[in-house]
Every structure is written in structure tokens, then in C-alpha cells.
Design a protein around this ligand. Structure first.
Ligand code: ADP
Ligand code: MG
Length: 329
């Protein structure tokens, strides 16, 4: 999907009002009746239809005619637009550059502020997961099931943002979190290659230890990355130090399957080092030993627990995350 920053400047204030009204209406309606959009926007009927037509031409909303009524739904383009507009109003983003990545669950863009300083914008796209996975979560979504892609993408972004912030504050090697809106996270750009692209390393043993130490450090803070692999570990160009990214699937060390997730992270690194660098070590961290004698972390950075996010929200994310089904690459 193309992200167009120029559009940000060319939407009239009425069009923007109508788009915002469509977003508000979609909290309770899969297809928001045009009359409701008009009502929320506070604009007169005729004008609203014209505005909706314009927005549909730009793919910010899509017209849907169902058996009961005609209406519109917000598209990913519209949601992207609203998020970008919020970031631009707060002056954290000024321009949008190239797409540098398409992940399983996200699009990654290079963006810049007014001074031309580059940053990374991650847009969560949870609607990409298989329909079956979404269907399984219907019970949790309750009345909001129709808004699933918006709701889940926003939830994933909020969770990733909260983890990135707390990890950054505690000195973990992660990008600097800058701003967040809806399904988007703005962070510092890391001048690095993903570990996946490194074919040769002067000291694989040292890097291996550093990564295993990081897994233990996470566990001591009550956390397991959950997707700790060569795609989510960036090796900085200048010092060769590792920076970890991609946190929406983090799990607590008190999760019933914590040990399994922990071992999977450890195994991913062991396998990769063996395959790529022919490096093997008898030393690798064990879950119990990484916690203290009582089997609890030394301190807890578990923001999901701390934020009092409802278990239901948590469950939704866990159930739809494709990461859950991943094994090592
Ligand atoms: P996904 O959840 O889709 O896997 P990631 O957060 O892992 O998304 O990002 C996908 C890719 O984008 C990464 O493998 C990396 O190459 C690039 N990337 C993500 N964040 C940054 C960043 N802050 N700096 C530089 N590159 C990044
Ligand atoms: Mg990733």
C-alpha cells in the first residue's frame, strides 16, 4: 500500500471532518451508515455525500452497499491517513520516504522530521493474518468483531510502544521510541543490517554471548521477546552491537508456556549460529536459572501487567499473532 504524504496537505477541512466521523462511526458499525457519518460530522447532508465521494476516490473510505443500508467503511488507507495526520500535527513527522520493509504484520517506512532527520514509521497490519485465525477470536471481540483489523492493529502498536518505551528507559538496546498514533509507531532509525544479512563475522562467539546475555536480561526483567531471531536483531554498522526490534508478541515470564517461549528464543539463536557461522557452544541459558531462586524475575518490566490491559485484549493479540505459529527460520 502506498503512503502518500502529499495527500495530507490536500484534504479540505470538511473532508477531514467526514473522515474522522467515519472513523468514529466504525467503532460500532462495520459499515457506517452515511446518515450517521453526516450526524457525527455535524455537516449538512448533501455536502457530506460529496465529501464521502471524494474520500472514496482516494481510497480513504470504501462504499459498501449491504442489504440493510448504504454506507462506508474506513480503509487501511484512511486509517494510515488519520495516523499520519496526527503525527504531522504534532510535528513529529514532516515527510514520508521509501518503504523499507514489509513484515508479516507490518509495513515499515523511512520518514523524516522538519529538519530532515530520518526515522522509522512502523504501521501494524494485523488484518493480514489468516481469516481462520481471526474467526477463532470472534468470541473475544464480542460486539467489536467487525472492527477487528483496526482494533487489533492499534492494540499491537500500543503494546509494542509500551514495551519499547520501558525497555529503552531501562537501557536495553532497542530503537528510541518517538511517537505513537493509532496503529503506528515512530522510532529512531538504526543504521544497521539485520543479522540475517551478515554472512561473515569476526567474532561469532562474542556476538552469540551478547545475544544470550540479552535473553537472560529480558528474563530477569520478567520478559521473553518471543520472536528473537535473525530478522529482529539488527547489527549496527559502526560498532557491530546488536539492537533488538519487534515487540508486539512479547510474553511474560509468568505466562504458563514461558519456558517454551524462552527455549524457542534460545534455540533460534543456536540454530542460526550453527548454520551461518558454524559456531556451536555447549553454553546456553536455561529458563529457571535465568530467574532467581524463587523462580521470579529480579524486577518486572511487564507493561502489559502493569498497564492493567484487560486479559481479553491480551488474549486477542496472542491468538491472532502469526508469531505464535512460528518456529525458527
Ligand atoms: P515485523 O513485525 O513486520 O517483522 P519489524 O519491526 O521486525 O516488523 O521490522 C521489519 C524490518 O524493518 C526489520 O527486519 C528491519 O529490517 C526494518 N526495521 C524495523 N525497524 C527498524 C529501525 N528502527 N531501524 C532500522 N530498520 C528497521
Ligand atoms: Mg520482525
Amino acid at each position: 500500500m502506498k503512503l502518500d504524504a502529499t495527500d495530507l496537505r490536500y484534504l479540505s477541512s470538511d473532508e477531514f471532518r467526514v473522515l474522522t466521523a467515519a472513523e468514529m462511526g466504525s467503532k460500532n458499525h462495520e459499515v457506517v451508515p452515511s446518515a450517521l457519518i453526516a450526524q457525527i460530522s455535524g455537516l449538512r447532508g448533501g455536502g457530506v455525500n460529496k465529501n464521502l465521494g471524494e474520500l472514496a476516490k482516494r481510497n480513504l473510505v470504501a462504499r459498501v452497499q449491504n442489504m440493510k443500508y448504504d454506507g462506508y467503511r474506513l480503509t487501511y488507507g484512511g486509517y494510515d491517513y488519520l495516523a499520519l495526520r496526527a503525527l504531522s500535527k504534532r510535528d513529529t513527522v514532516y515527510s514520508v520516504g521509501n518503504k523499507i520493509g514489509v513484515g508479516k504484520e507490518s509495513d515499515i517506512y523511512v520518514v523524516a522530521d522538519r529538519d530532515g532527520k530520518q526515522m522509522v514509521l512502523k504501521l501494524h497490519r494485523l488484518g493480514r493474518v489468516s481469516f481462520r485465525a481471526i474467526k477463532n477470536t470472534r468470541d473475544y471481540l464480542g460486539k467489536r468483531k467487525h472492527a477487528s483489523w483496526m482494533y487489533m492493529s492499534r492494540l499491537a502498536a500500543q503494546k509494542e510502544w509500551a514495551f519499547m518505551k520501558v525497555l529503552h528507559e531501562h537501557g536495553f538496546p532497542v530503537p528510541t521510541p518517538i511517537d505513537q498514533s493509532r496503529h503506528c509507531i515512530l522510532m529512531s532509525i538504526v543504521d544497521a543490517y539485520p543479522l540475517r544479512q551478515i554472512s561473515d563475522h569476526p567474532n561469532p562467539g562474542k556476538l552469540y554471548s551478547a545475544l544470550m546475555d540479552l535473553i537472560v536480561r529480558f528474563a530477569r526483567a520478567g520478559l521473553i521477546h518471543g520472536d528473537f531471531n535473525e530478522f529482529n536483531i539488527l547489527i549496527t554498522r559502526d560498532t557491530g552491537a546488536a539492537v533488538v526490534i519487534d515487540f508486539p508478541q512479547m510474553v511474560s515470564t509468568s505466562h504458563p508456556n514461558a519456558e517454551w517461549y524462552f527455549n524457542r528464543d534460545v534455540e533460534c539463536i543456536r540454530k542460526f549460529f550453527k548454520r551461518r557461522f558454524r559456531y556451536e557452544s555447549a553454553l546456553y541459558p536455561r529458563f529457571r536459572a535465568s530467574l532467581n531462586e524463587e523462580g521470579v524475575p529480579s524486577f518486572s518490566l511487564d507493561v502489559v501487567a502493569a498497564n492493567g490491559w484487560r486479559n481479553k485484549d491480551q488474549q486477542v493479540l496472542e491468538d491472532v499473532s502469526p508469531t505464535k505459529m512460528l518456529s525458527c527460520h
